[in-house]
Write a protein that binds this ligand. Structure first.
Ligand code: PMP
Length: 433
């Protein structure tokens, strides 16, 4: 085999033709060409612990998944207008995982597509156009999923460029939001009612509400208790449907729950899933009630060339089998709880650790310059991530202030790897960066 080009030269080639808005991690990224479980390997043979990958839930290079994909590719890959077993089986399995009544599935190729379709379903079912969303949220890049995305970390112009059918309400961030602590539920619910009263006064209907049931972009902060029960009731009273974006938080990552909305004890009208469900293969789904799905027929048929293809369906089925057989949700719970305790202990030693958010393997360490003012330690967080790379850990900042460590590793993370991460982070905080 010809030797692989040096990482720097390859980066120049990437920058020449791969459009610039598609950013890469790190100024001098290692060239990663192999992965195994929660580990990545660069072309010089260095191993890295992948603590940021929220897609590869069953781990990198899973032999059972690659065997299933290889076998299916050699048998058949076509579109879902043909009749074959795997699309029926996969839809059945997804419906079986959803709460009762959500028994109808669309298969697409990404989280953006799933959210776009969910918004179209809300429009078709309600006959209205206005959507309620939360500030600090990311839901995708397609026209409709981008419209309800308000995170200024992803788009600095997000707050001034949303279309007039999007109504973004303050995010119920109990750590640094407008209202703090668990008792702030009523204040955040009032903010939603006030926002919707503006629409009521104009006598305009509400199509729906979209949010993550655990606050992903801000580092995995749980919503205040009872928040979604109250907001879902308000939205439904106006004829709107409630969409739970489970692209990151669903599928067992939270350890204690399979779906994020279980944490808030609500049942949405539409669930959107992607990322982990394909372990990196482009897969997305919308799970909803039959009458909501069928409302789309007003606009004609729905067709996605690769959504629900035999290969995609087999990937989806195999990921679910692996999750079950390797008890990965259980692993996310036990290893995640253990890691959270270790990270909280760092908070006792280092005042810069303002809070440790999240649950299971969906954690966020929020760095602040001052625990009273909560001034975000943005530059420090970037420097910590760069130093962690030198120590063999892949980690990135998240949140509107980019001051939160985005801890979302593969769900097969071992306890030893979790300890290694905690030790390396402690070393960086001890040494300075
Ligand atoms: N929703 C959430 C919560 C996400 O985090 C993302 C991706 N970061 C998306 C939707 C969009 O998914 P995709 O990148 O698969 O289009």
């Amino acid at each position: 085999d010809a030797p692989l080009p040096a990482a720097g030269e390859l980066l120049q080639r990437r920058q020449r033709h791969f459009a610039r808005p598609q950013k890469n991690y790190y100024r001098q990224p290692p060239q990663i060409e192999r992965g195994w479980k929660e580990h990545l390997f660069d072309v010089e043979g260095r191993a890295y612990l992948d603590m940021v990958n929220n897609v590869t839930i069953v781990g990198h290079g899973h032999p059972r998944l690659s065997a299933a994909v290889g076998r299916q590719w050699s048998l058949l890959n076509t579109n879902s207008r043909f009749h074959y077993a795997s699309v029926a089986e996969f839809s059945e399995r997804l419906a079986g995982l959803a709460p009762e009544g959500l028994d109808t599935v669309f298969l697409v190729n990404s989280g953006s597509e799933a959210n776009d379709l969910a918004i179209r379903l809300a429009w078709a079912y309600s006959g209205a156009r206005h959507m309620l969303s939360l500030l600090e949220a990311y839901h995708g890049w397609t026209v409709a999923s981008d419209a309800v995305s308000t995170s200024i970390a992803d788009n600095p112009q997000a707050l001034t460029t949303r279309p007039d059918w999007v109504h973004a309400v303050i995010s119920p961030n109990t750590y640094r939001g407008a209202f703090r602590g668990e008792g702030s539920t009523v204040d955040y619910v009032r903010a939603v009612s006030e926002k919707l009263e503006e629409l009521d006064q104009r006598r305009e209907g509400l199509a729906g509400f979209i949010c993550e049931a655990v606050y992903g972009n801000a580092g995995g902060i749980p919503l205040p208790p009872g928040y979604l029960q109250a907001v879902y009731a308000t939205v439904r009273a106006r004829g709107g449907v409630c969409i739970a974006d489970e692209v990151q938080v669903g599928y067992g990552r939270l350890g204690h729950h399979f779906w994020g909305f279980e944490e808030q004890r609500v049942v949405p009208d539409i669930i959107t899933v992607a990322k982990g469900m394909g372990n990196g293969h482009p897969l997305g789904a919308v799970i909803t009630r039959r009458e909501i799905a069928e409302a789309l027929e007003k606009e004609g048929y729905f067709f996605s060339s690769a959504g629900g293809s035999p290969v995609s369906s087999v990937v989806g089925l195999t990921v679910l089998d692996i999750l079950h057989d390797e008890a990965l949700q259980e692993n996310a719970r036990t290893v995640g709880d253990h890691l959270k305790v270790r990270l909280q202990a760092l908070g006792e030693r280092f005042p810069m650790v303002g809070a440790v958010h999240g649950m299971g393997l969906y954690l966020g360490v929020e760095f602040v310059r001052d625990r009273e003012t909560l001034e975000p330690a943005t530059q420090e967080t970037a420097a910590i991530c760069d130093r962690l790379l030198e120590l063999g850990v892949i980690m990135q900042p998240t949140g509107d202030h980019l001051n939160v460590l985005k801890i979302k590793p593969p769900l097969c993370l071992s306890r030893e790897s979790a300890d290694f991460f905690a030790e390396m982070l402690e070393r960086v905080l001890d040494d300075g960066w």
